[in-house]
Ligand binder design. Structure first.
Ligand code: GDP
Length: 413
């Protein structure tokens, strides 16, 4: 009997133990993972050391919900950033967008050829048609002249071209379409120039302290010409060519400019140095180059303000931006952005900017929307510097290195 009771007791104990194990095992699965032992307080980003933006090729870690809440509660609005010197990092890093791979730059103008030929039809094809007339009388030559002037080629270059064409057509005698096309191609190329160095100078410079510094490119131009867009597109051109880029948002007068530039930068993994709205553009430009040096970036692109209504203010400011950047080292390139659709007005702008800073290259935007491609000739003459890039649309990769041959070929197709 005792043995039976003992057996029953043992069975009950064993069963109890087994069921206890199962229950505690289930409970364990339902428990959240134990908190880490080390930190005693939640991670609160400090005002002085905000989370950094992603570096080139690096995935940014998005803040957790809790961290985001903390940032909001602590309240780090942009306006409260120190007014004098712009901190490179934005207070709260948004989740990193996917980094895009821009199109290669080689052959972009050929790819965009259709847009050019569509918009410049009256110039190239118009000239060919006129030259193909059976009788090239004075009236026809006047029409040729008008076609060139309407396309904004400018008075002197137009006269030069017409004189050359008249002379050569006379010598040619019989005019086959092929002959005429070849002749016009040659003369248009001579007018635009094929010898100029049209590369954007982005090679490293030697800093004032004797060390290598990134290539520095300043982008200047009147608001609305496409300056910020062009700076963003140029970042893509450089990234496509395998360079690392830092952007400086020194257009602090147009409210959305810094956001716009930062978005362009994020798309290709380039950091944007920015400051408070209305802040000192020169100090942002200075910090951008400082950041470029710290990151050992290849190129620093600086977008500048473009208000023209206060010419003296603009002059002082752009000159100052350049001088302050030069405390680090040389500015390798000053690109003037001109809107091709503005015609003669664009030339006036070019003159004003050239008084302020030494322009080293021109970017002609919106060539897709105008028949006034002749402005290329006029602006090169006006400033004595080459057109280096052309904008042919609003797409991210619609900025192309300017190649005279591809341009003329698109014109006379
Ligand atoms: P900013 O004030 O000079 O910085 O001008 P934005 O960069 O904001 O550009 C003004 C407008 O011009 C924007 O709508 C751009 O998309 C547009 N834009 C810029 N470049 C081109 C171009 O090459 N072609 C066309 N069609 N639009 C352009």
């Amino acid at each position: 009997m005792e043995t039976v009771i003992l057996a029953v007791v043992i069975a009950v104990v064993v069963l109890g133990a087994i069921s206890g194990l199962v229950v505690s095992g289930r409970k364990k699965k339902q428990l959240p993972p134990s908190p880490p032992a080390a930190p005693s307080a939640p991670a609160t980003p400090s005002v002085t050391a905000p989370p950094a933006e992603p570096h080139v090729g690096e995935e940014a870690e998005a803040p957790s919900d809790e961290e985001r809440r903390t940032i909001e509660e602590v309240g780090l609005p942009e306006a409260e950033a120190p007014a004098a010197v712009a901190e490179p990092e934005a207070p709260a890093a948004p989740p990193a967008p996917a980094i895009e791979v821009p199109e290669p730059t080689a052959g972009r103008l050929v790819r965009l050829r259709a847009r050019l030929s569509r918009s410049q039809n009256t110039l190239g094809k118009g000239l060919l048609t006129l030259l193909s007339r059976e009788h090239l009388d004075d009236e026809t030559w006047e029409e040729i002249e008008d076609t060139l002037l309407t396309a904004d080629v400018g008075v002197t270059p137009t006269q030069e071209l017409v004189d050359r064409l008249r002379e050569r057509v006379k010598v040619l005698g019989t005019r086959t379409p092929e002959d005429l096309r070849a002749l016009l191609r040659e003369e248009l190329l001579a007018l635009i120039g094929t010898d100029a160095d049209r590369s954007v100078h982005t090679h490293n410079g030697i800093g004032t302290n004797g060390d290598e510094i990134p290539g520095v490119v300043m982008v200047v131009g009147v608001n609305g010409t496409g300056k910020t867009t062009t700076t963003g597109k140029l970042a893509r051109v450089l990234v496509a060519d395998g360079k690392s880029v830092v952007l400086g948002a020194a257009d602090t007068f147009r409210a959305a400019a810094a956001d716009q530039l930062q978005t362009w930068g994020e798309r290709v993994g380039a950091r944007t140095v920015r400051g408070p709205e209305g802040g000192d553009p020169a100090s942002i430009a200075f910090d951008a180059v400082k950041e470029g040096i710290a990151e050992a970036a290849d190129v620093v692109l600086i977008d500048t303000a473009g208000r023209l209504h206060t010419k003296t203010g603009l002059m002082d400011e752009l000159g100052k931006v350049k001088r302050v950047v030069e405390k680090h080292g040389p500015v390798g390139e000053v690109l003037l952005v001109l809107d091709a659709t503005t015609g003669q007005n664009g030339l006036v702008q070019a003159r004003v900017f050239a008084e302020v800073v030494d322009i080293t290259g021109v970017v002609l935007t919106k060539l897709d929307g105008t028949a006034k491609g002749g402005i290329i000739v006029a602006v090169q003459r006006e400033l004595g510097v080459p057109v280096k890039l052309v904008g042919l649309g609003e797409g991210a990769d619609d900025l192309a290195p300017f190649e005279p041959e591809a341009f003329v070929d698109a014109l006379i197709g």
